[in-house]
Write a protein that binds this ligand. Structure first.
Ligand SMILES: Cc1ncc(C[n+]2csc(CCOP(=O)(O)OP(=O)(O)O)c2C)c(N)n1
Length: 581
């Protein structure tokens, strides 16, 4: 009997990749897609995988592997697909040799993203077919099906997941790996060289392929009909299918495993059999708008929201008009996100705050420099944007305007897309100051390595990109490295670099506090020496609280011994009582 195991959605996708005979995977971390690559490591004897510096590179690596004739994949979060959009639109014309699947994880409800975009919209625009599973078992099995369809129809596929699918568990039946023989490589410039004459012909070809796929979708086992009571019929897909089954156990359901292109005949037939047709899809009305455009009457976003996650109760209330008080999932007290105790970003922001500077910010743990009491970061848009935003301000308003501005970016984000922006500053005579907060990891997404950490995804040693040398090679003359906790030197350096009439880069180098597992030094606060001035509290360390009399208490279970408070105390009221190991 086949083994059955409980797996997270992301774990099941990794297993599906292994069983499908995937040989190459490239990814850039992004919640909720990151663990797919981390689970895939266990199959490293069979699947080569890597962290790429960004999603565009990851997608192109996968395309290259596909052209060479092997099954390949790339993984990213929804906003990562924007970074990979350039190759996406063109590989759509090229098609595949070995099967090619991009896993793209959406985040309805914005658990850890800067927007709530719907990947199905991007896929439709790029004419890429999309498969969407509803549980872990489907995550594995549909993933394998995606490769078969990719090769059968010569189309790259998107495998769309959401946070709920990625991070919930279900029973999965393990199967053997299919050892796919490599497809022969045949030189074919009409298919693989996208210059206008070739692309014109390929455009015609892919329209044809997509129509064939849409026709096949009517009978594909990925799309299933469950006929029950015909008073209510629901078209749904992905995780919302689970909510439909819970809220409306007697309804008839057309469950779509392939959400682009849609099975028009199947949908029409289903719609004819039910009295009232509902379309239940999280985020955008992608299925709904198409179905309605075919003249089929359906209820969708008229009563359901385009924001956030759905739930069974939400459907009961909207469809069955049950009087339910929908409780927000966050009944727990609201806790604003904060930097960890001992985080090196905190001392950098303390200095910037002291100097009353504004920061064009970026995406990472250090985005939290936007909130009180640090309150330094004024803008955050997308990865890599800090440096170019600062540059835009200077070009709009002149050098004087940005004298109290810096750009702030993490090491992983700098390598992702910050490099190009810095190049632009040097090229276009900018004078701004950029701080690279180098904590030697991709902290925000859970400590993934990157091109400057000296370790591969598998943890093997490799060449570490030298960030200061990289900046110098691009023509930045002022490159200074400072320990993030040396606040006196950092303050002096920031002041000096802001005065310079050319681009400066300050690299604050201190590893993420969570990377160091050794025993930490311990500090205590002496109430008798404490003058209650509050200096040590300014950076907002969560390990520090005030006693009833206004003196300071350091929570020894939270203190990581960074020593920032000791440095800030002018009265020697904070003492190191135990050295670290
Ligand atoms: C295009 C895109 N890809 C991935 C992500 C997910 N993500 C958010 S921040 C981040 C990198 C954080 O690392 P780093 O810049 O080193 O800063 P740290 O969190 O370590 O302070 C990633 C991968 C994203 N938001 N956008």
């Amino acid at each position: 009997m086949a083994d059955k195991v409980i797996m997270l959605g992301n774990e099941a996708i990794a297993r599906g990749a292994y069983e499908a005979g995937v040989k190459v995977s490239s990814a850039y971390p992004g919640t909720p897609s990151t663990e797919i690559s981390e689970y895939l490591v266990q199959y490293k004897e069979d699947v080569y995988e890597e962290w790429a510096p960004n999603e565009k590179v990851a997608a192109e690596v996968a395309v290259g592997a596909s052209i060479s004739g092997v099954r390949s994949m790339a993984c990213m979060k929804h906003v990562g697909l924007n970074v990979a959009a350039d190759p996406l639109y063109s590989v759509s014309y090229m098609g595949v040799n070995g099967g090619l699947v991009l896993v793209v994880a959406d985040d309805p409800g914005l658990y850890s993203s800067q927007n709530e975009q719907d990947t199905r919209m991007v896929a439709r625009a790029a004419q890429i077919p999309v498969i969407e599973p509803s549980d872990s078992a489907e995550a594995k099995d549909f993933f394998k099906a995606a490769f078969e369809l990719s090769e059968r129809f010569d189309r790259p596929f998107i495998f769309r997941t959401t946070t709920r699918l990625a991070h919930s568990q279900g029973l999965v039946e393990l199967q053997e790996r299919v050892e796919m023989p490599d497809k022969p490589y045949e030189k074919n410039i009409r298919k693989n060289v996208m210059m206008p004459g070739n692309a014109k012909l390929r455009h015609v070809e892919i329209e044809k392929r997509n129509l064939e796929l849409a026709e096949a979708a009517n009978t594909l086992p990925l799309n299933t009909v469950e006929m029950n009571d015909t008073a209510i019929g629901v078209i749904t897909s992905g995780i919302p299918y689970q909510y439909v089954k819970e809220a409306l156990p007697n309804a008839s359901v057309l469950k779509l495993g392939m959400v682009n292109p849609l099975p028009k005949k199947l949908i029409r037939k289903f719609a004819e059999k039910v009295e009232t047709l509902y379309i239940v899809e999280e985020l955008d009305p992608v299925i709904e708008e198409q179905v309605k455009s075919w003249g089929i009457r359906a209820i969708g976003k008229d009563i359901f929201t385009v924001q956030g996650e759905y739930s069974a109760n939400m459907l009961r209330k909207a469809i069955l008009k049950e009087e339910l008080e929908l409780k927000s999932p966050a009944e727990a007290p609201q806790r604003p996100p904060i930097l960890c105790p001992g985080c090196p970003h905190r001392s950098v922001y303390h200095v910037l705050n002291k100097l009353k500077l504004h920061a064009a910010g970026d995406i990472g743990c250090y985005t939290l420099g936007a909130v009180a009491p640090l309150s330094v970061v004024d803008t955050t848009m997308c990865m890599g944007s800090s440096i170019s935003t600062l540059h835009g301000m200077e070009k709009a308003k002149g050098r004087e305007y940005i004298k109290d501005w810096v750009a702030v970016i993490g090491d992983s984000t700098f390598l992702h897309t910050g490099v190009n922006s810095l190049m632009n500053m040097v090229y276009n005579h900018a004078t701004g100051t950029v701080l690279i907060l180098d904590n030697s990891t991709t902290g925000m997404t859970g400590h993934q390595d990157h091109a400057a950490t000296g370790k591969t995804l598998q943890g093997d040693p490799t060449y570490a990109i030298d960030i200061p040398a990289l900046c110098k090679a691009m023509g930045v003359k002022n490159v200074v490295e400072v320990n993030a906790f040396d606040i006196a030197l950092l303050e002096k350096t920031v002041k000096e670099e802001l005065e310079k009439e050319e681009v400066s880069v300050i690299i604050t180098k201190s590893p993420c506090v969570l990377l160091d597992k050794s025993k930490k030094p311990l500090y205590i606060a002496h109430p008798d020496k404490c003058k209650k001035c509050g200096m040590c509290m300014k950076p907002g360390c969560p390990a520090m609280t005030r006693n009833a009399d206004g003196t300071i208490h350091i929570d020894d279970t939270m203190c990581t011994g960074c020593g920032l408070c000791e440095t800030l105390c002018k009265f020697e009221a904070i003492e190191l009582v135990k050295a670290g190991e």
